[in-house]
Write a protein that binds this ligand. Structure first.
Ligand code: NAP
Length: 485
């Protein structure tokens, strides 16, 4: 049997074995017979070395001109674009995405990296006339120092890019800790930086478990900023650790995103948009629509339209061209999703479509759940309040728009919300009263690469990522006064 490929940490410009000498094996969630290689189970000493390396590289890197730093990022962009097909295939195998969605990560990466390379050269500050004669006052943007990126498995290539590129181009040095389920995407990012000739120590990669590696990063006072994307529970822990060192944070966390359907003439369009936003990546997106709050009079028709569209999905290994939905990332995540479905049914919900874990053939090599529509769900059920992070959509019938808004806002989360309507006053009310970082009217939850992205309440803390706001996280302001006379 061929020896399995061993991947390493990237610290101080070298590929390094973990201090523990221990590795774990990773598998394709679509096919648990397909090994994706062996990855380091790093320890606290590896993390310390990576942070030390980033700290050492900081003073030289921050003193490069923005144009010089942007040149390195442009070289990264070039080598990334050349490698996009391999990147897409790796994302497909690691995260269990269908190939089309996996290829969209490097494609979207090209757009977003290009945008931020430009943004890194527009780090304008603030000037104001001084109230004192002969004094100038100028506020400039300065990098934080060592910045850590801790990232989830569901966008394993794109999410790290959204952190690492803005951090570097604004003059910070970086330690990246990718999710244990998708380490190879992180390895590829390190390889691309190596190929782009990034100076030693500016970018470092440490692989291993969140509890050990993530925890050691979050509690190290040499780390001046932590950009985290992942679950609210882990984000809460990082927030507490970071607070002890006054480390700046950018947290992007879970969601329970509603779609309200009210005074909507085109239910067919609403159903199409809701279905694709609910079930893409088997509902394992932070912005997946997971609740439909619909006027009672339209509920039956809308449910029928959604159930009809759900018939088009074909589950399987995302590498197969006709497959449109992949597996759940892990067995434990799949079991949790199935429990949500059975608990909701026990509490009186009705399964309108799907609801089963598939078995036999390829379905025994991963955890595959049919796209599921639950109706007759009351707002107090766990399936209507908690992030399921799976292919489960619930419908909640209501009698007024005010009632819909009340239910939409009545969760701990505040990431994204959609409204399907033909009424301008309702759009106005929705945009004014929705307690989320993003709203979408008459479409699903697709966002633009150049616009800020983030949430409020337990979905996000700190400046929004992507777009212009990202630099508010990756730079601090320094105000310089000079007295000339
Ligand atoms: P997760 O379990 O919270 O893990 C996220 C990252 O944190 C992983 O790298 C993980 O490492 C690490 N981690 C785990 N425990 C840690 C600890 N004690 N200290 C420091 N780091 C730790 O999330 P996930 O399952 O990968 O991703 C799904 C979640 O991410 C969902 O809740 C989803 O809504 C959210 N998400 C949010 C956004 C957004 O923009 N708002 C985008 C995408 C996903 P290991 O993998 O080694 O455990």
């Amino acid at each position: 049997m061929a020896e399995k490929r061993k991947y390493l940490n990237y610290i101080n410009g070298e590929w390094k074995e973990p201090g523990t000498g221990d590795f774990y094996e990773n598998f394709n969630p679509a096919d648990d017979q397909e090994s994706l290689g062996l990855y380091p189970l790093s320890d606290v000493e590896d993390v310390k070395a990576a942070i030390g390396s980033a700290e050492k590289a900081f003073s030289e890197w921050k003193n490069l001109s923005p144009a010089a730093r942007s040149d390195y990022m442009s070289r990264f962009l070039e080598v990334m674009a050349e490698d996009r097909d391999r990147i897409g295939e790796v994302v497909c195998r690691e995260a269990g995405k269908i190939l089309k969605e996996a290829l969209a990560e490097p494609e979207r990466g090209i757009e977003e990296v290009g945008y931020f390379i430009g943004e890194g050269q527009r780090l304008e500050g603030i000037t104001m006339p001084s109230s004192r004669p002969g004094v100038s006052s100028v506020a400039v943007r300065v990098p934080l120092g060592v910045v850590a990126a801790i990232t989830p498995w569901n966008f394993p290539f794109l999410t790290p890019l959204r952190k690492v590129i803005p951090a570097l181009v604004t003059g910070n040095t970086v330690v990246l800790k990718p999710a244990s389920a998708t380490p190879l995407s992180g390895v590829i990012i390190a390889e691309l930086f190596e190929k782009a000739g990034l100076p030693t120590g500016v970018f470092n990669l440490v692989l291993g478990s969140g509890k050990v590696v993530g925890d050691a990063i979050a509690s190290d006072p040499r780390v001046k900023g932590i950009s985290f994307t992942g679950s609210t529970a882990v984000g809460r822990g990082i927030n507490t650790q970071a607070a002890a060192n006054f480390t700046k944070i950018q947290l992007e966390m879970g969601g329970k995103n509603p779609a309200i359907v009210a005074d909507c003439l085109n239910l067919e369009n609403a159903a199409a948009q809701i279905t694709s936003s609910a079930f893409a990546l088997s509902g394992q997106r932070c912005t997946s629509i997971s609740r439909v709050i619909v006027m009672e009079k339209d509920a039956d028709r809308l449910e029928a339209l959604i159930a009809d569209k759900m018939k088009d999905y074909k589950l399987g290994n995302g590498l197969e061209p006709d497959v449109s939905l992949g597996p759940i990332i892990s067995r434990s995540a799949g079991e949790k999703i199935m429990n949500y479905i059975s608990d909701a049914v026990d509490a009186g919900a009705e399964i309108k479509a799907g609801g089963r874990q598939l078995e036999g053939g390829i379905f025994d090599k991963g955890f595959y759940i049919e796209p599921t529509l639950l109706s007759n769900v009351s707002p107090d059920m766990a399936a209507a309040r908690e992030e399921i992070f799976g292919p489960v959509l619930v419908t909640i019938p209501v009698n007024s728009f005010d009632e819909a808004m009340k239910i939409a806002n009545d969760t701990e989360y505040g990431l994204s919300a959609s409204l399907f309507t033909d009424s301008l006053p309702l759009i106005n009310k929705f945009q004014n009263e929705m307690e989320t970082g993003m709203t979408h009217t008459n479409h699903g939850t697709v966002t633009d690469g150049t616009m800020p992205f983030g949430g409020v309440k337990n979905s996000g803390l700190g400046p929004f990522s992507k777009g212009k706001t990202n630099r508010d996280f990756f730079t601090n302001i320094r105000v310089n006064y000079v007295k000339y006379v």
